[in-house]
Write a protein that binds this ligand. Sequence first.
Ligand code: ZN
Length: 189
Amino acid sequence: MEIRTLMAKKQSLMEKAMAAAKKVITKPVAKKPVAKKPVAKKPVAKKPVAKKPETKQHKQYQVKENEKYMCKSQISHFRKILNEWKLELSNDIERTVSHMQTDITAYADPNDRASQESDMALELRNRDRERRLVKKINSTLGNIEQKEYGFCNACGEEIGLNRLLARPTATLCIDCKTLEEIKERQQAK
Ligand SMILES: [Zn+2]
């Protein structure tokens, strides 16, 4: 008798433990929409591509000996880089718009719908960023035509070839940029 009650107790404890374990196991399943996100977030996988442009690896530039800063060949290199970059971004923007137009599917599952909507919101934010970048590229191309390209907007010093190759749209030298960021951070506080 006693053993039986012990066994019963043990069993009920086991059941409890199993139920608890099941709960733990089922939790991620219940979180389906979250777990699913990486799959639904396909356009997000694109994000690095969309985001990359800002720190895009541009074509290298071979500096010749005795070459002057912002000489003709440097200027034409940057003009080329900026135009190619702009074209790439514009194609990207167009592609998304047509992709979104054909991809508006009505999901029965509200979770799917929600994740599709957040994907789209993200996509739109990315496109918005790209559109702003295109604007920036255009104004940079304008600077090139005005022969103002390559010099800091704040102090007038050379921005430097290396910085420009990494960030062709830079309008501030690294010192002024750093200063600006510090000021921004202080204002944000
Ligand atoms: Zn400066």
